[in-house]
Structures are given as structure tokens and as C-alpha cells.
Design a protein around this ligand. Structure first.
Ligand code: KIV
Length: 265
């Protein structure tokens, strides 16, 4: 695998080849994922739950994001490293810029992920104009879990679906390089994916997105409690973590994963 850049991902979208993303928070998982051919490694603020044992992502700090991002980027040579701007690290566009700079210069991230639609347009545009590569996260926004009333599917009514679609189009215009759609009906995700020219990564968003992401512990069967509908345990079908990562790559690339069992209508 050659070094993955945004142009690689855009070319994959144009050619119709799916790509893969998994979360990692440390060097050992990151290098195993890179060796399995995972194109994008996400240092997600899901670390608040799967590493710190919290009920949600809201307690994750900038220092923690920088620490985990550096642990991942130190060993990776090829995968593109995306790192989350954690809760309240982007209250102003200037704050989002200085915190993105920390993730990039101290953490070694190649791009940042930022939650939110219309409310974040100005921030996304501010970052893009200053050379920061941005992934905009739409649909279920874990940092807004209390406002959203829990981890619920988004975009089920025509009005909600229209808002998410319009946000996606506006974010591309504002300069977002990638979109990440979490827990939206597959039909809406397919509409968004064909309406924007930037790559769309889905989680609980059906098979028609350009790429898929899962939390790595979930896809290894290490969920604390009942796994979400969109999760598949790839370790259950293989003999090693390395083979589970390879099976994930293969099944995303040939559109075997996600199937209808992992999809919302
Ligand atoms: O933080 C994270 O791991 C994420 C994924 C669930 C997409 O944002």
C-alpha cells in the first residue's frame, strides 16, 4: 500500500472502490490495522468509552487526544491518520484552529474530524482556508448525546433527512474533505454519497457509502454490553486479530459488509 492521502481517497471514490477505516488509540492496534490495509485510522473520542470506561465521549480532553494520536502516528507509515476534535474544543473557530494545530503538530494527525452541520460551517471554512484537512461528522453526533436524547438513528423523517442532506452539501462547499455519517437510514446515506463529490464514510449508514468505519474493539467482539445493530464481530470468523482486520477490509471492499442486518431503514 502506498501512502494514503486525500487524493487517494478521492480517486477511490471516483473509481467506485470502497475504502476502510477503523479506530485505533495505540501503536499496536494501529500498526496491525495498517498492515491489514486499512486506509484511514481514526483516533476517535470514542476512547472516552472504550479506553477510559466512561458512559460517553464528553470527558475526553485535548491532552488525551494528542497523547493517543501521537501513539498511533508514531508507528504508521502509510495509513491516513484522522483525529477527533473532542467536546468543547471547537467553541470558536479560532479555538478549533489552535486545537487542530495541536492534533497535527504534536499528535501527527493528517486531518481532524469535527462534529456538526450548519452550526459548524464557518469553523470548517476557517480551518479549510488555513490548510487544515477536515472530516465533518453528521447524523448521530455522540458529543450531542444529551441534546439528542440518546444514541438514536437520525434522519428518519423527510424533514430531518433534508436537513442532513443540505448540511452535507453545504459542508462540502465550505471546504470539508470527507464526510462521516453515523446512524442514518441507508437510503439517505446513499443519496448523500451520490450528491457530494467528497468521500463519505459510514457507520450504521448502509453499504452505499464510499467507505466504512467501526470502533476496533467492537469489531473484535469486545463491546461492553449489547453491540449496536451495525456492529459485526469479525474475530468470530477468524483465528487472529490480524486476520479479523483483513476480513473487514475484504468484506468492505466487496460490499459484503455491511449487509441488511447491520443497516437501518
Ligand atoms: O469517536 C469515534 O470513534 C467515532 C466513530 C464512532 C465514527 O467518531
Amino acid at each position: 500500500m502506498n501512502k494514503i492521502t486525500l487524493s487517494t481517497l478521492k480517486k477511490l471514490k471516483s473509481s467506485g472502490e470502497k475504502f476502510t477505516c477503523l479506530t485505533a488509540y495505540d501503536a499496536s492496534f494501529a500498526i496491525a490495522q495498517e498492515n491489514a490495509g486499512i486506509e484511514v485510522i481514526l483516533v476517535g473520542d470514542s476512547l472516552g468509552m472504550v479506553v477510559k470506561g466512561q458512559a460517553c465521549t464528553l470527558s475526553v480532553s485535548m491532552d488525551e487526544m494528542v497523547y493517543h494520536t501521537a501513539n498511533v502516528s508514531r508507528v504508521c507509515q502509510k495509513s491516513l491518520i484522522m483525529s477527533d476534535l473532542p467536546f468543547a474544543s471547537d467553541i470558536t473557530k479560532e479555538q478549533a484552529y489552535s486545537n487542530s494545530a495541536r492534533l497535527i503538530s504534536e499528535g501527527g494527525a493528517h486531518m481532524v474530524k469535527i462534529e456538526g452541520g450548519a452550526a459548524m460551517l464557518e469553523t470548517v471554512s476557517f480551518l479549510a482556508q488555513r490548510g487544515v484537512a477536515v472530516c465533518s461528522h453528521l447524523g448521530l453526533l455522540p458529543q450531542s448525546v444529551y441534546k439528542m436524547g440518546g444514541y438514536r438513528i437520525q434522519g428518519r423523517t423527510p424533514e430531518e433527512a433534508e436537513i442532513i442532506l443540505n448540511d452535507a452539501i453545504a459542508l462540502e462547499k465550505a471546504g470539508a474533505d470527507i464526510l462521516l455519517l453515523e446512524c442514518v437510514p441507508a437510503e439517505l446515506a446513499a443519496r448523500i454519497t451520490s450528491s457530494v463529490s467528497i468521500p463519505v464514510i459510514g457507520i450504521g449508514a448502509g453499504v452505499d457509502c464510499d467507505a466504512q468505519v467501526l470502533v476496533c474493539y467492537d469489531m473484535l467482539g469486545l463491546t461492553n454490553g449489547e453491540p449496536a445493530r451495525f456492529v459485526k464481530n469479525f474475530l468470530a470468523e477468524t483465528d487472529s486479530i490480524q486476520d479479523a482486520f483483513k476480513a473487514y477490509v475484504e468484506q468492505v471492499k466487496n460490499s459484503q459488509f455491511p449487509n441488511l442486518r447491520h443497516t437501518f431503514n
